[in-house]
Design a protein around this ligand. Sequence first.
Ligand code: PHE
Length: 449
Amino acid sequence: MEKRDGFGSKLGILAAAAGSAIGLGNIWKFPYITGVNGGGAFLIVYLICIALVGVTIMLCEFTIGRRAQMNPIGAFKKLSKGGPWWIVGLSGVLCAFSILSFYAVVAGWVFAYVSRAITGSLIKVGADQIGGLFGGLISSTGEPIFWAFVVLVLTALIIVGGIQKGIEKYSKILMPILLVLLVILMIRSVTLPGASKGLEFLFKPDFSKLTPTGVLEALGHAFFSLSLGMGTMITYGSYISKKENLPSMALQVSIADTVIALMAGIVIFPAVFAFGLEPGSGPGLIFVTLPPVFQSMPLGGVFETLFFTLIGIAALTSTISILEVVVAFVCENYNMARKKATIMIAAITFFFSVLCSLSLGTMSDFTIFGLGFFDLFDALSSKILLPGGGLLIAIFVGWVMKKEDVLDEVTNGGEIEFGLFNAFMFVTKYLAPILIAIVFAYSLGLLKL
Ligand code: PHE
């Protein structure tokens, strides 16, 4: 049998897993849904979801993947020995399409901004016109579709390169640069006049602003941001060497992801208030708040170009991890060549991306359950498939896999110490499934607190 490709070094795995987790979820989505849901109180619920459920499910996914050495569908089949559990893997593969379709569109907006930043035209747009520019971009037909296409082509090229030479190589260089840039921007943002109001909005909880759907959104976003519930971390887990410490890796990735989201919040909200913008303005938030920040700083145009480029790259390290789930499945299950599978899957995704993009313009009247394609795919993945997948993954590790096998995998066959194993099993078996079920019931109105 051909040797399975895998990650070459510990730093490489961490960069790739963190690269998957850190993306538009942190920099685009987290600030805007925090804004829509009223700030601080939402943040607290989000942090609780990460700490109680997120880290645990990440470890569950790594465990399933490394134990089975397979793509998610194959992994569930192998470890459950004949049960219907492979359906969880299948739902992950479908979810991958659902996420990638709208994600590529948003990543495309970022690239459209990069091209404008490079030519220097973006830095000239005043704070009062930037909203119009963004609205015009996303509702037009050709430009966003062109950039979504570019995103999918780049993603496919890296995927064809394989694990070590593709995913790992790029993640290792690019993630640290993003971090440095965020620090610079944070400093600029909190020193803007009126910045403190933004920090207050983000860190001072007002629970009267929190709604049941807000709680589900926080949970769903914890899954989205950590790339959980659809098999990404199962797939990456299957490439992790048997020597690595899975629990510490799950913890490190979760912390890195959360820190980046908080940093993005500290960049965005002070700027929102300093420039008199609306924190609850929705998906356009970073696209309309950041340009005025850059205008207010020396070398703004250079920083602007660099920053949007890095967000674009952070998005790519996530899109590759989404596409990889489907590619790994198709290659292993149908014995197809990696290149052929990648091209085919990227082409199908592109078709859905076109629908998502058009739903914000020409096709805005076409809705399903009252939602256009863009919102539909977003809601379907974040509010249903990811938390639902997470629930089943927890049940699988807690109740279906043998406890000895789980222990064996997380301790590398007893080689390493995992003092919190019993706590981990408790959360996996009871706490996580119950919490997720409660949030579902609460947000559907079946339960009132
Ligand atoms: N975690 C990624 C982000 O925050 C998105 C993602 C979701 C990636 C699900 C993989 C799987 O941008």
